[in-house]
Design a protein around this ligand. Sequence first.
Ligand code: DGJ
Length: 327
Amino acid sequence: MKHIAIYITLLSIYLPSYSQSNSSIVPGKVWLDNNSVAINAHGGNVIFYKKKYYWYGEHKIEGKSEAQLADGGIHCYSSKDLMNWQDEGIVLPVIYTDTTSDLAYGCILERPKVLYDRKQQLFIAHFKYYPRGTGYLKGYIGVATSKKPNGTFTFKHKFLGANSEYGSGDFAMFKNTDNNAYHLTVRKPDKTFVIGKLQDDKMLPTTNYQVAKGITARTEAPAIILHNNQYFLIGSGSTGFLPNVARAFVANALDGTFTNLGNPCIGKNPHNGIGADTTFGAQINYILKVEGKTNAYIAMFDIWQPDMPIKAYTYGYHWYLKMVYHK
Ligand code: DGJ
């Protein structure tokens, strides 16, 4: 059988520089924004819109995030070159002044993914959402929208996906070439990996979820790309914030059978000495296609520190695709 093996290594990525100071992405190092403040955007994603990249993620606040509740909301940064990021501020804030608000402090808002819907000219943020005081039993997807990439986003509603009354956990929202969006997620409570189509406006799921054939149960933090007509998915195991061994899969169609490619990581993180067997101490959150380049992707990871979340940081590894043919 033919397949592509994927290797993620800790190479620095050199890209053409524009202004500011960074001339490369240095994996494993704290990444500073245009104000020389550490980029604070965890578990998120990056989109490309009108010649700029927008990076969205969870904002952590010292002394608050230790409770593992949402505290800042969704933070956004923009960049023309992927190395130098401008702070665009918090685009979906947690509300501290109104306990009845959907985003009242005490809710959990994690792993946001923003997509742009051309038809509606709308930026749609989906995120793991647990309303204030409800705990982790039912995993909703929260939905917020904005007319502009840098917000402000307005909370619209929540839904329980995966055709389960307990909803879902970690997820990817994948916009296919036909502009349809798919919700790839670990179903609650049994942790089976399922894939479902969203409705046309991407605000709600259809009931059309299927078990993803070949994807190991308890696969969390899924990140997916379409490369040469094949879907590559990388995820983590299910150990909360603790690092575990990454796993990669490939399929010819989202409703096809995924082949397990094993651990896509090789080497060691020179900054913490942790090897590929625990994903360099990190957990994947997104795979970004570099615009204007062929076969260039950046896999983005978080090194979590739940006891000290403000010290957690997000960074890119260089991911190159190496062709290996098996007969
Ligand atoms: C599991 C996820 O994989 C982590 O990234 C994080 O969101 C934790 N859940 C939170 O408990």
